[in-house]
Design a protein around this ligand. Structure first.
Ligand SMILES: NC(=O)c1ccc[n+]([C@@H]2O[C@H](COP(=O)([O-])OP(=O)(O)OC[C@H]3O[C@@H](n4cnc5c(N)ncnc54)[C@H](OP(=O)(O)O)[C@@H]3O)[C@@H](O)[C@H]2O)c1
Length: 266
């Protein structure tokens, strides 16, 4: 299986490395189309060899083409790439906000998969929601799933419209987690800890809580009940969250992300 990565910045390189780690391809199977000369030099230093500044005859050799430029660079990439593409190639786009229809139009090809990964894919713990055009066969979809799973977990969405809420939940999600962690770190400092003392307590609390949550099949509410005892410290914080409508406010924030994803998709 030969893969072309079109736009090999942070995410493109992440896929190249994850695919190699998962042994789905060898370095010889990877073609890279990258506009930035500095980036091409960096990639060559990492022992990638099939690196190109423009699309050319080599594009025909790829079975799957990963589209990983910034959305604003898509039109330029499509003009460069589309004359060299084949009808049976499968395109996997990770570009935010670009619909299957827009991708098919730009490429003049039909076999398009649209994916929304998130930042932890860089450490193999990503969450990728994805959907596909009906022209993608079951076998092609299975290969694409293996490809996307090399960076973490995947969720197939039958309905493309669900990519927007997935963007609001898991796409933007890591930033919400860091926001909450940051608030806890600041609270620790206001109580007298140094930044590093507070940070280690918060980081380990998040890490431990997630691991624990994975070990037993309990809901978040059940875990909360295990920590909070009647009249205790946790209950005091939870009551304060409740009287300040924190849950509702978080939902409003996520709703704004969802609305913005819909707007950007237009
Ligand atoms: N980062 C995330 O967590 C995340 C999550 C979900 C989705 N995404 C999506 O992933 C995509 C890539 O993000 P990124 O952070 O990897 O961006 P990035 O680091 O900027 O990488 C994109 C690379 O593509 C190059 N490029 C631009 N136009 C090109 C063209 N016409 N032909 C070939 N190469 C071209 C860029 O070169 P120049 O620098 O010279 O322009 C850059 O090296 C985005 O569409 C984003 O929406 C990212």
């Amino acid at each position: 299986m030969k893969i072309l990565i079109a736009g090999c910045g942070n995410m493109g390189l992440n896929y190249a490395q994850s695919l190699l780690k998962a042994k789905l391809v060898t370095k010889a199977d990877i073609f890279i189309l990258e506009k930035s000369a500095d980036r091409r030099e960096d990639l060559a230093k990492k022992d990638f060899s099939n690196i190109y500044a423009n699309a050319g005859d080599y594009v025909h050799k790829a079975d799957v083409i990963i589209l990983s430029v910034k959305p604003q660079d898509w039109n330029e990439l499509a003009v460069d790439l589309s004359p060299h593409c084949e009808d049976d190639q499968v395109f996997v786009s990770i570009m935010a906000g670009l619909s299957i229809e827009a991708l098919q139009k730009g490429l003049k090809k039909l076999k398009v998969i649209r994916a929304m990964p998130n930042l932890p894919s860089q450490v193999g713990l990503g969450m990728t929601a994805y959907t596909s055009a009906e022209e993608v066969t079951r076998g092609e979809l299975m290969f694409a799933q293996n490809l996307l799973s090399s960076t973490g977990k995947t969720l197939y969405l039958k309905d493309e419209e669900m990519i927007d809420p997935a963007t609001a939940i898991s796409g933007s999600g890591p930033a919400y987690i860091y926001y909450f962690m940051n608030a806890m770190i600041e609270a620790g400092m206001e109580m007298g800890f140094s930044y590093s003392e507070s940070e280690i307590m918060v980081n380990q609390t998040f890490l431990g809580s997630i691991h624990l949550h994975h070990q037993e099949n309990l809901s978040c509410q059940e875990w909360i009940e295990r920590v909070a005892s009647k009249g205790g410290t946790t209950e005091a914080a939870l009551n304060s969250f409740k009287s300040n409508d924190i849950k509702k406010r978080i939902k409003i924030g996520l709703e704004s992300a969802f609305k913005r994803a819909v707007e950007l998709g237009k």
